[in-house]
Design a protein around this ligand. Structure first.
Ligand SMILES: [Zn+2]
Length: 391
């Protein structure tokens, strides 16, 4: 089985489709829960399967440092190791190197850094990142890109964008060498244990907040030729309207017949607005991280369960939600669990937030299929703003 993508419905610039991978289909637009170290914090894979998560994201940087891609490859790859039979996308590790690692230096060859775990020295090159993900055996691998902090001026962004393009060419060449002859599910080539012969590789568009650089990056990345394309380097502190504009300007530069992945975004509003601009795939730590901090996303806007106003509130977190948490528990109980420091507070809050995100995408897909995405979009924003006015 190999990678493919088919757009089944369009409504304005919004698209609904099916992305086929070596481990099954993903209905798009889709949200990918983040399973940083092979687990989504606070919930079991069983819960994720039950709530209809089609695909998980794993973090290459973390898995490479611990337990190591060699160890995972010897276990048959990431799907077998973590017990998740559905599709997995792994990032390139670049974002974590630039945000977590100590003493990193970027050169043409790659990025040198010290592990945030034990200070050990590592060099990640575009080729090495391909090899690591081949050993992990994810269904979708990302190329190594350089991630700049926001704001960066064009004098920094241009050389960085150009380097990312050169790295993308090297990553594609290495990928094609490893996967030149796909056959058995796993095989060894060039000293790399390839554990998923059906892996696809996505390129990443960079270019900061400059429309010109973004377009140049998009055209250059598409010219290299990947199974699909991502927009990186957003949600790093730029204003929301700037992000929406870059997304709107970039998607027309990407092929219609390939999925478009907006990396690391975002709020429920960001998802709806990005779908309206032609995005098909999302990942973000917001629903899981914020759940552990007591913030619940609801159809009427976010609520902070730790607030005193919920101490004797017998309503479910979101009366419009059908998740296990909302069907079973009150805001009063969830607030108590959070204040008492119970582990279940994280679990129940995460169950709800992920359900809310996945359900929002389900509603988006239905709306596109019935060509009523614009009315869904209007109603979605009205529901959020009505709540903001009330409180
Ligand atoms: Zn719920």
């Amino acid at each position: 089985m190999s990678f493919s993508f088919r757009v089944t419905h369009t409504d304005g610039r919004a698209r609904r489709g099916v992305m086929a991978t070596a481990h099954g289909d993903v209905q798009t637009p889709a949200f990918m829960p983040v399973g940083t170290q092979g687990a989504v914090k606070g919930v079991l894979h069983r819960d994720l399967e039950q709530m209809g998560a089609d695909i998980l994201l794993g973090n290459t940087y973390h898995l490479y440092l611990r337990p190591g891609d060699d160890l995972i490859a010897r276990r048959g790859g990431l799907h077998a190791f973590i017990g998740w039979p559905r599709p997995i996308l792994t990032d390139s590790g670049g974002y974590q190197v630039f945000s977590l690692a100590a003493r990193r230096t970027v050169a043409e060859d790659g990025v040198k850094f010290q592990s945030h775990l034990d200070g050990s020295a590592h060099l990640l090159t575009p080729e090495k990142v391909v090899d690591i993900q081949a050993q992990l055996g994810s269904d979708i691998a990302m190329v190594l890109d350089e991630c700049l902090a926001h704001p960066s001026g064009d004098e920094l962004v241009r050389p960085s964008m150009e380097r990312t393009l050169r790295w993308a060419r090297r990553a594609r060449a290495r990928f094609l060498t490893l996967y030149e002859k796909r056959g058995r599910e796993s095989f060894s080539r060039e000293g790399v244990l390839v554990t998923n012969s059906g892996q696809a590789q996505f390129g990443i568009v960079q270019g900061g907040t400059s429309a010109e650089l973004r377009e140049e990056s998009a055209r250059g990345t598409v010219a290299i030729g990947f199974e699909a394309y991502a927009i990186g380097g957003l949600s790093v502190g730029e204003p929301t309207d700037v992000m929406y504009k870059i997304v709107a300007d970039t998607t027309p530069c990407l092929p219609e017949d390939r999925p478009r992945y907006l990396m690391g975004t975002g709020t429920p509003r960001d998802l709806v607005e990005s779908v309206a601009r032609g995005i098909d795939l999302f990942d973000c730590v917001l629903p899981t991280r914020n759940a552990r901090n007591g913030q619940l996303f609801t159809s009427e806007g976010p609520i902070n369960i730790k607030n005193a106003q919920y101490a004797e509130d017998d309503r479910p977190p979101d009366p419009a939600c059908s998740c296990y948490t909302c069907r079973t528990f009150s805001r009063a109980y969830l607030r108590h669990l959070f204040r008492a420091g119970e582990i279940n507070a994280s679990t129940l809050n995460t169950l709800h937030n992920l359900h809310f995100y996945l359900d929002t995408l389900r509603q988006i897909r239905d709306a596109i299929a019935f060509r009523r995405f614009e009315s869904f979009r209007t109603a979605f924003h009205q529901s959020l703003s009505r709540h903001l006015h009330d409180s």
